[in-house]
Design a protein around this ligand. Structure first.
Ligand code: BT5
Length: 242
């Protein structure tokens, strides 16, 4: 389980009032050979989710991409997504909002499960080593519900302290400070998916059952009628309210 999530070097920060996408900017920096850079934008005009979905990125949100080069095999990349989800959840809680994690990359408001934040991890790998890794985080902090999709909410709407700068700092500190051994235990602690009936849309088909655990480097273990399935990637839907 042991992996290095934190970075040895301090991050440098590149701030832009507006960018198409902080992940795209981080990728440019990666291609130029940079590392340990945090790209932050005040708003995005082409924010991206997974699978070519759009990420609404109005002013007031936190849009940040961390570029690093961890000495890990490419297959370990998902653990960084889980670590980021823990860090964002802790930043939300510190802002006074009861946030929970839905596998693999959603941070939701406990109760109505509207989405507070999402994570997009992108990577380039050589045979046995990650060449660069970009962890992109979008969090609705000081944003009005009217500027977000119906399934979304924000720290502000949830009654929390909507301080963007502080939120971003907390989130990065939590990510950095997270002990590699603690990623999965912390994730389990904050997760709302475990114990729930789920339907996961995976590249290999739909898997339905009860989510029973998460396994290194980030797979969901689902108990189905035909036994246990280990799902490495996909879109997860909670079938019943908590
Ligand atoms: C994600 O995708 O949740 C990953 C989002 C990552 C965004 C960050 S912002 C900084 C960095 N730069 C980028 O360009 N991207 C990253 P996914 O699981 O595919 O969820 C996308 C879905 O969430 C959309 O189809 C909408 O339904 C919903 N959505 C869109 N914008 C949202 C928002 N601001 N808040 C909550 N939900 C949103």
């Amino acid at each position: 389980d042991a992996i290095a999530v934190g970075l040895d070097a301090p991050y440098s920060v590149e701030y832009h009032d507006r960018l198409p996408s902080t992940n795209d900017r981080a990728r440019e920096l990666a291609v130029e050979g940079a590392s340990d850079v945090l790209v932050v934008a005040g708003e995005q005009t082409g924010g991206r989710g997974r699978l070519d979905r759009a990420w609404a990125s109005p002013p007031g949100g936190v849009y940040a991409s961390l570029l690093c080069r961890p000495d890990r095999p490419p297959a370990h990349a998902p653990i960084f997504t889980l670590a980021a989800a823990v860090a964002v959840t802790r930043a939300c809680r510190e802002a006074g909002v009861d946030a929970v994690i839905k596998w693999p990359n959603d941070v939701l408001l406990a109760g109505d499960e509207r989405k507070l934040a999402g994570i997009l991890t992108e990577m380039e790998g050589e045979a046995d080593r990650i060449s660069w890794l970009i962890v992109g985080i979008g969090a609705n902090v000081d944003v009005a519900a009217a500027d977000l999709p119906e399934t979304a909410t924000s720290v502000r709407e949830a009654g929390g302290t909507a301080d963007r700068r502080r939120f971003c700092q907390r989130m990065v500190e939590e990510f950095h400070a997270l002990d590699p051994e603690d990623v999965l235990p912390a994730w389990r602690d904050h997760a709302v998916t475990l114990g729930r009936a789920v339907r996961v849309d995976t590249p290999g088909g739909v898997v339905e059952g009860e989510a029973v655990d998460v396994r290194f480097p980030g797979a969901l273990v689902v108990q189905t009628d035909d036994g246990e399935r280990v799902v490495h990637a996909g879109d997860c839907e909670h079938l019943r309210p908590a």
